[in-house]
Write a protein that binds this ligand. Structure first.
Ligand code: TXD
Length: 319
């Protein structure tokens, strides 16, 4: 069986880590793409040279030409610029929207059958635009945020309770950002919902609320520590998990920014919801029931995503 091909658009912090993880897990051969000539080539060569030590057989190459992503089975997009001091949210939106236009054209021309995972911020608006620019079926274009946000939630809970992260599941919905909705009721320790853990005296309600807030601020906490750049190890691991589900038809249920067509009362919106990921891409949206306060938080989160999408439409009227 021929190896799968994984194209990584953007060879920065996350792109390089993605390449390493894909090779370590032998998910396929890697084509690392960036507009900065030399960086994807240099990172790919460095990673290829760790192959003999690690014992992986993936082939890693770097390029600055879209034709080299031809036939990719999976494309993971991290291309874009980060927000710099003095740059407004709209400035960032405008720049990264142009990047999505280029990337969408490249994917549409050379990898129209790929499963595409977008990571670039502002995530929910960028994945929405990338799907439109690429013209790929919406079930084949998803955004990565929920897996990362719930991994942060899981880590904090496991750390607090001194239990294995493997036994903690967590659910985070909504847009990626301050308005994300961590759902305690649907998050569990060995199947026991978190509110029950509070009742059992394992954790105070205040501590749980503090962890929920820390999860919401998870990205900013890391930016604050690193000072330059944002998180990249956990974001890369999260996207690789999504890619693996698709390539191995695992049908796992993961929170992803997915295209909604009526679910949760929303249409033509990308927002974080639980979905089944398998060989068909997003095979099903899991429409869980939200209580009144959860619904209020989710609606507020959707409204902030809508605001970004409206701003995109103003910048690029053809969307
Ligand atoms: O949960 C999530 N979705 C996120 C999102 C979690 C963490 C970080 N998140 C966002 O991912 C972050 O705000 C950025 O928008 C992306 C990528 O983060 P990374 O840390 O990898 O950024 P880098 O190191 O700046 O890498 C971006 C690369 C860089 O090498 C640029 O040269 C390249 O993108 N770039 C391009 N590549 C291809 N084509 C174009 N047009 C282009 N423009 C810049």
């Amino acid at each position: 069986m021929a190896r799968k091909k994984i194209a990584l658009i953007g060879a920065g912090q996350i792109g390089g880590t993605l390449a390493h993880l894909v090779a370590l897990k032998e998910l396929g051969d890697v084509m690392l793409f960036d507009i900065v000539d030399g960086v994807p080539q240099g990172k790919a060569l460095d990673l290829a040279q760790s192959g003999p030590v690690e014992g992986y057989n993936s082939t890693l190459k770097g390029t600055s030409e879209y034709k080299d992503i031809e036939g990719a089975d999976v494309v993971i997009v991290t291309a874009g610029v980060p927000r710099k001091p003095g740059m407004s949210r709209d400035d960032l939106l405008e720049i990264n929207l142009k990047v999505m236009e280029q990337v969408g054209a490249g994917i549409s021309k050379y990898a129209p059958d790929a499963f595409v995972i977008c990571i670039t911020n502002p995530l929910d608006a960028m994945v929405w635009a990338l799907q439109k620019f690429s013209g790929l079926p919406a079930e084949k274009v998803v955004g990565m945020a929920g897996v990362l946000d719930s991994a942060r939630f899981r880590h904090f809970i496991a750390d607090e309770l001194n239990v294995s992260v493997q036994d903690v599941t967590a659910f985070v919905m909504g847009g990626h950002g301050d308005t994300m909705v961590p759902l305690a009721r649907y998050s569990t320790v060995a199947g026991i919902p978190l509110p029950d853990m509070v009742k059992m005296g394992w954790m105070s309600k205040d501590k749980l609320d503090e962890i929920i807030q820390r999860t919401r601020d998870g990205g900013a906490e890391i930016v604050g520590l690193l000072k330059t750049g944002s998180a990249f190890y956990a974001p890369a691991a999260s996207a690789v998990e999504m890619a693996e589900c698709y390539l191995k038809d695992k049908k796992r249920i993961l929170p992803c920014a997915a295209h909604l067509t009526g679910q949760f009362g929303l249409s033509d919106t990308y927002v974080g919801v639980p979905v089944v990921i398998g060989a068909g891409g997003v095979e099903r949206v899991v429409e869980i029931e939200l209580n009144a306060s959860e619904k209020k938080m989710f609606d507020a989160s959707v409204a902030s995503v809508d605001g970004l999408v409206e701003a995109c439409k103003k910048i690029a009227p053809k969307l």
